[in-house]
Write a protein that binds this ligand. Structure first.
Ligand code: NAI
Length: 690
């Protein structure tokens, strides 16, 4: 067995070389420059030794290869450097493709980006047929597209429609889906992986040719038509000026698809240009910030109290959720989906029945296979008497937003809870220091503020009061990671971070509407900025009653004016989508889609419409940072991106201020302050940002 830093290479008695990728000092394999260089020298060796076959696999339990080493993207200074990096990656995969013996990629777990491109260079791909196996080319999510030959090879292998869909959405597929697509040659259970690879090398099976219509999709006469259709589809989701990568990929394939050499060169030029652009750099930054949020839930600091004897992991098996309403029901369902044993308590049987119905719908969508759906449902137990409290590692309270109701409940459950179990509340507006006064151990209460809909919103604000035990905050973050959500520590101040920053933006949209600007014009202005959904649609979706409640909470402690229009809509019962009407009408015949036409030329559109909404948001962000609601500007940015969908390609509110220039924005704020009054008074800390 030869000695390498990032690989293990063994040749067995049948003269098959088994190359295991094992990136040093990392839990996941990524194609770093150093790793690629080592692979080049291994190929030198293999080319001269000529084994019967080569099987490339991973020594990491987490998976095959997660992609290129994204850290290296941030160090690129110019196009020449970028092209050199891409050429290297392409070069080593081309060499694997040209080897004169059979090559097999033996895949388990993640096989993404550069990892899948490496596998595409092999003659055969075999993967474990298990729930952890995911294959995909997610580069567009980082503002680039495949550059190590993926764009050249995938459309040839599985046909353009499926290949372009994978590359344009960045969606990954399971082993069985990959097998159906023709991306995998075999999907087998874990225990058969080695045998399958061995037999493929011993007797390379015949490859089924691509179906004629899939082949046809790459034909020079078909490409322009398909490209036009794909462009239209992409344009409906991501405008070219904000997200250039998918368009660049379509253009590249339309021009050179089928000509491998030209495609590879095209990939090199196109990705080198994209990676240096603002969109990619901002998306890459957001990727690392997301990793930072993940790491916040990695371990626990030593407790300042006696409740936890040691630092380290927090073993979470059982969760008890109290309140089976909109939030509690969905939180319980999500926890069971993620593998925890969950009991969910409510005062009413009928509410619990609805929780199970909603959960079944979610599981069918996410898990598909009836056996897996049943297993998840078995983990979710209705518990009207609250028997689960005594056994739970985490108790989450999500009952009515009422201090007395919550405190009565705490007094009842605290004596029943296991020592050291986490007591968390999903309150969206009550200060924790108020709620915790009734507890024997007030420092144990922590906020886990989920967003609606729970299954879609990745962020969870971890709310801490001055007296919250820091170890409890860490445990809440660990729990959040355990259920695959992103924890963001925030202080127990009105609106916490996300609602506080979102609300002024929504309220300004309501003010604009009451001035006579049509909802669709307002929404379009926000979409043009890069928001995923306009503020009026968002308010209708969240529920105008909920918006009003949050706005009123903020108005009690801050200088926020609640527009009369919002109140009158709620009073008249028009509370948004759920009532069939809010700012828009949602006819039952249109399945929840609002009745609206595209903004027309004659529509009234104030020149400063976008600034009015965005600047109020930015002003609140600046204030939150000054007050220390979150620890730093990076956390603020990532929190607002994942909590509100704030245009990710702009890198978050604080990053946007930095790149646009604080002085420029402050000047605009001052103008608006004069024109529209106090709600535009610039926060005192703008000056220091300049
Ligand atoms: P909801 O009104 O839909 O559900 C509350 C549920 O709690 C009801 O089913 C009720 O029967 C049950 N309940 C009340 N007292 C109980 C008790 N003593 N024991 C057992 N069950 C009891 O309310 P929703 O919207 O789910 O809100 C729950 C909490 O989550 C509130 O604190 C709210 O501020 C917070 N929240 C709500 C969000 C939203 O968008 N709706 C977003 C984030 C947080």
């Amino acid at each position: 067995m030869a000695n390498y830093k990032h690989f293990q290479l063994e040749t067995d008695a049948q003269n098959i070389a088994w190359l295991s990728i094992d990136k040093a000092d990392a839990s996941t394999n990524a194609l770093s420059r150093e790793l690629v260089e080592e692979l080049e020298s291994i190929l030198d060796e293999l080319e001269s030794e000529r084994p019967k076959g080569l099987v490339i696999r991973s020594a990491k339990p987490s998976g095959f290869v997660a992609g290129a080493d994204i850290k290296e993207f941030t160090a690129i200074e110019n196009e020449a450097q970028a092209r050199e990096l891409i050429r290297r990656g392409q070069g080593v995969i081309n060499r694997i493709e040209r080897l004169r013996f059979t090559t097999v990629a033996l895949i388990h777990g993640f096989c993404l980006g550069g990892g899948l491109e490496l596998a595409l260079g092999c003659d055969y791909r075999i993967a474990e047929d298990g729930p952890k196996t995911r294959l995909g080319l997610p580069e567009v999510k980082l503002g680039i597209h495949p550059g190590f030959g993926g764009a050249a090879r995938l459309p040839q292998l599985i046909g353009a429609p499926a290949a372009m869909d994978m590359m344009l959405t960045g969606r990954s597929v399971s082993a069985s889906a990959a097998k159906r697509l023709g991306l995998l040659d075999f999907a087998v259970p874990d225990r058969h992986l080695e045998t399958a690879a061995r037999s493929v090398v011993q007797k390379p099976p015949h490859k089924k040719p691509l179906a004629w219509w899939k082949k046809l999709s790459n034909h020079p006469l078909v490409r322009p038509l398909l490209a036009k259709y794909l462009t239209k589809q992409v344009a409906a989701k991501a405008p070219r000026k904000h997200y250039p990568a998918p368009y660049a990929l379509i253009d590249l394939w339309a021009k050179h698809g089928g000509n491998k050499k030209a495609m590879l060169q095209g990939e090199e030029h196109s990705v080198a240009r994209l990676v240096l652009g603002d969109t990619a750099q901002n998306l890459i930054r957001v990727f690392f910030l997301q990793e930072r949020l993940k790491s916040l839930g990695a371990s626990r600091s030593v407790s300042s109290s006696e409740r936890n004897a040691s630092a380290g992991t927090f073993d979470i098996q059982r969760v008890h959720v109290i309140g089976g309403g909109v939030m509690g029901g969905d939180i319980a369902a999500w926890c069971a989906l993620r593998g925890l044993q969950v009991t969910v308590q409510d005062r009413q049987e009928a509410t619990l029945a609805r929780v199970i119905q909603r959960a079944a719908k979610l599981y069918k969508k996410k898990l598909k296979k009836p056996r897996l759906v049943q297993e998840a449902l078995d983990r979710l137990m209705p518990d009207i008497h609250g028997l689960g409290v005594a056994r739970a590692d985490v108790v989450i309270e999500a009952i009515f937003e009422d201090v007395e109701a919550k405190q009565n409940l705490y007094q009842e459950i605290e004596p029943q809870m296991k020592p050291g179990a986490l007591l968390a509340t999903n309150t969206s507006s009550i200060p924790l220091e108020v709620l915790s006064t009734c507890l024997a151990e007030p420092s144990r209460l922590v906020g886990v503020h989920f967003f609606n809909p729970v299954a879609m919103m990745q962020l969870v604000e971890i709310v801490n009061a001055p007296n919250t035990d820091p170890a409890v905050v860490d445990e809440a973050a660990m729990f959040t990671r355990r259920i695959d959500r992103l924890p963001l520590p925030v202080t127990s101040t009105p609106g916490f971070l996300v609602n506080r920053i979102l609300m002024p933006y929504l309220l300004e949209a309501v003010v604009l509407e009451s001035e006579g600007v049509s909802p669709k014009v307002i929404d379009q202005a926000a979409l043009d900025f890069g928001m995923p959904m306009g503020p009026i649609t968002l308010a209708d979706t969240v529920g105008l009653d909920i918006c009003l409640a949050v706005a009123e909470t903020l108005a009690r402690s801050m200088d926020v004016e609640v527009p009369a229009r919002l109140r009158s809509l709620v009073e008249s019962g028009r509370v948004g989508k759920k009532s069939g009407e809010g700012f828009y009408r949602y006819p039952a015949t249109k399945k929840g889609k609002p009745e609206m036409s595209k903004p027309g030329r004659g529509d009234y559109r104030p020149a400063d419409i976008q600034d009015r909404m965005i600047l109020r948001m930015l002003n609140e962000a600046v204030a939150c940072l000054r007050e220390g609601v979150v620890a730093d500007s990076d956390l603020l940015d990532v929190g607002i991106i994942f909590g509100t969908g704030f245009a990710p390609f702009r890198g978050g509110p604080m990053h946007y201020i930095e790149t646009t220039g604080a002085d420029v924005l402050l000047e605009k704020m001052r103008t608006m302050h004069k024109k529209y009054g106090e709600r535009f008074a610039p926060d005192e800390s703008w000056q220091q940002l300049g």
